[in-house]
Design a protein. Structure first.
Length: 345
């Protein structure tokens, strides 16, 4: 039973070398409920002396085409989560071998395995890679995204900002702020209360955002029914744990920009933001981004993770990046290879 794993999940998550909010039960369970309730779960659990020492949770994606069905195992949380981890007790690394043995034993139940958005330096990922190799299972490692990050420990905002942005840029930002203030009463609110978060989320969903972003169609993660349900449930749980920060910029009470950030284990995760398209030329979004970064310095977080994507605005704040990889394992059986061939995988 998936739900029965919660205590063991929390214990193993606390042992991760690099803890991220996307691996908390408060993120994973709402994701499963809202995005995978109609899909089969395949969860591999390794126990040592009746104690759970590793969990590898999959959903089964079934693609039916040309009279064949391709079965792909994807990690719970895939897609919406900017970084996933592999839950293994570091004191029992051999648990990885046991799970890979079980995957091999059940090879008739899958065609492709995708371990997506794993940090390229994660120790457990290397152990899984080695375990699959030892069993002769072909594994492909692909860099899928970069995650710019900024170390903030020991720095103050004023010094960092002066060093990072030119005097010309700082002057332009001051002028943009003054022009916005001249339009009416400008206020930036910080939201941490669960009820206030839900009210803010409703306002964000109703916000007049542009239909495209840098020439590409923009699909907000909370626009669909599943996304709205997930962000309501996850956001309330995160707010109750003081893991969530929402910033709202209002002009005469009208919402014109927002930022949604996650605070976990002393780090800030810059998750999502946007602005009213009527205020594009006023730079309402970038001004709020700057204000949220300033708050990170003032609050004493040790690092800001800008998460997936090498957007130009991120490069204005940092040159340091980490990488996410995807480990893809193809079932070597003739029937699986045939299904992959027929479906053009």
């Amino acid at each position: 039973e998936w739900l029965a794993l919660e205590p063991d999940w929390r214990r193993l998550e606390a042992l991760l070398e690099q803890r991220v909010p996307f691996m908390t039960w408060e993120w994973q369970e709402p994701w499963r409920r809202h995005f995978a309730a109609d899909k089969d779960l395949m969860v591999f659990v390794c126990r040592q002396d009746a104690v759970v020492v590793a969990i590898l949770p999959f959903i089964v994606e079934r693609c039916r085409r040309r009279k064949t069905e391709l079965r792909t195992l994807k990690l719970v949380g895939s897609g919406l989560s900017d970084q996933l981890c592999l839950l293994v007790d570091p004191a029992v690394p051999e648990a990885v071998d046991s799970i890979v043995d079980e995957l091999a034993a059940r090879s008739t139940e899958w065609d492709i395995i995708e371990l997506d958005d794993i940090d390229s330096e994660e120790p457990s990922a290397r152990r899984y890679h080695q375990a699959f190799d030892r069993r002769g299972l072909r594994i492909e490692k692909t860099v899928t995204s970069v995650r710019p990050y900024l170390e903030t420990s020991g720095q103050d905002w004023a010094s960092f900002y002066t060093r990072q942005r030119s005097s010309r840029t700082r002057k332009r930002k001051r002028n943009q702020l003054r022009r916005l203030q001249a339009l009416g009463t400008l206020e930036v609110r910080t939201v941490t209360d669960p009820d206030d978060y839900l009210a803010g989320l409703d306002r964000i969903i109703a916000l007049n955002e542009r239909g495209s972003y840098h020439g590409q169609e923009r699909h907000r993660p909370f626009d669909g029914e599943a996304g709205r349900g997930f962000f309501r449930e996850m956001g309330v749980a995160f707010a109750r744990n003081s893991w969530l920060l929402m910033w709202l910029t209002e002009l005469d009470g009208r919402l014109i920009a927002y930022e949604l950030g996650l605070r976990y284990q002393g780090r800030h995760f810059d998750y999502y933001g946007g602005f009213d398209s009527d205020y594009f030329k006023s730079s309402a979004g970038s001004l709020l981004k700057m204000r949220s970064l300033q708050a990170c310095f003032e609050d004493g977080v040790r690092a800001v993770d800008f998460l997936r994507g090498s957007h130009e605005w991120k490069k204005q704040w940092t040159d340091d990046c980490r990488t996410n990889v995807r480990l893809t394992i193809a079932n070597p059986s003739l029937s699986s290879r045939f299904r992959c061939f027929v479906q053009g995988y």
